[in-house]
Design a binder for this molecule. Sequence first.
Ligand SMILES: NC(=O)c1ccc[n+]([C@@H]2O[C@H](COP(=O)([O-])OP(=O)(O)OC[C@H]3O[C@@H](n4cnc5c(N)ncnc54)[C@H](OP(=O)(O)O)[C@@H]3O)[C@@H](O)[C@H]2O)c1
Length: 285
Amino acid sequence: MRIFITGIRGQLGTALTKRWPAAQVSGCDLPECDISQLQPTLDAVADARPQVVIHCAAWTDVDGCARDPIRAYQVNAIGTQHVALAARAVGARLLLLSSNEVFDGTQAAPYGEQDAPCPANPYGWSKLAAEWTAQQIVDDCCVVRSSWLFGHGGRNFVHRILELARGAAPLRVVTDETGAPTAVEDLADAIFSLAESGQRGIFHLVNAGFASRYELARAVLDLCGQRATMIEPALLASYVRASTPPRNGCLRNSAAAAIGIQLRPWQEALQDFVGSLQPAGSAAR
Ligand SMILES: NC(=O)c1ccc[n+]([C@@H]2O[C@H](COP(=O)([O-])OP(=O)(O)OC[C@H]3O[C@@H](n4cnc5c(N)ncnc54)[C@H](OP(=O)(O)O)[C@@H]3O)[C@@H](O)[C@H]2O)c1
């Protein structure tokens, strides 16, 4: 099976490239192909003649999207329209990466695939528009929603906490924003299964279990042997941010479970990830 990955050098794109034999995988990223431009996107996909397009490319800076919603829409929504048209032109199946941020987070329970989306910020709206356009253009389409990704080479919350812990300033982390931390390696495995399954529709794919940002930060520092490092609990209301994060960012993987795709608890995935960051022989105590 020939696979084409947009955003191939991003944190998820990088993990996905390892799931198939190298000869079957190709893709594009900035600067060589800007998906907000139609013709280069059509050309890149046509040259590769893929059977499956996995669309990871996106402007993922949520606060940046709130400051510049037009650019967010151009890259995330119009860019997805271009990728979908390119996939349709070669008759490829399309898997689109989307986000828990298509929900506003006001529901008490975790969100299932059947819950009605209603974003609370421009990033979420641009991803919801991407979902709609992808499903309109390509019949053989899967929308994969995930959340709170961590992996090698990415700008993510786990790396941010490790950076902050090296500084002198005390750490302050919110207790009232909850989600499902998800390892890109585990998500890539689940996407591999989904791509091979031939299933269509919306799939939530996150590691099992939920955590607040505070609990996740505590787990990262504990796994690094920094149990003595204090973290001050804070509330979302005490931060001035361009975007409004959903307080409840928790997703429930009902559709994936129904076809036998399971992801392990986030704590196990985080332990493996933090372990892989540390030099051999310096395991956390
Ligand atoms: N990160 C999360 O926590 C999270 C959670 C839920 C869903 N998702 C979704 O999962 C997908 C993958 O996320 P990720 O964390 O792997 O993101 P990432 O590391 O930021 O990778 C995205 C890639 O897309 C590229 N890109 C940005 N604008 C582009 C454009 N106009 N044309 C072509 N490529 C462009 C980026 O290049 P530059 O680095 O040069 O900008 C980057 O290489 C995204 O669709 C995201 O919305 C992410």
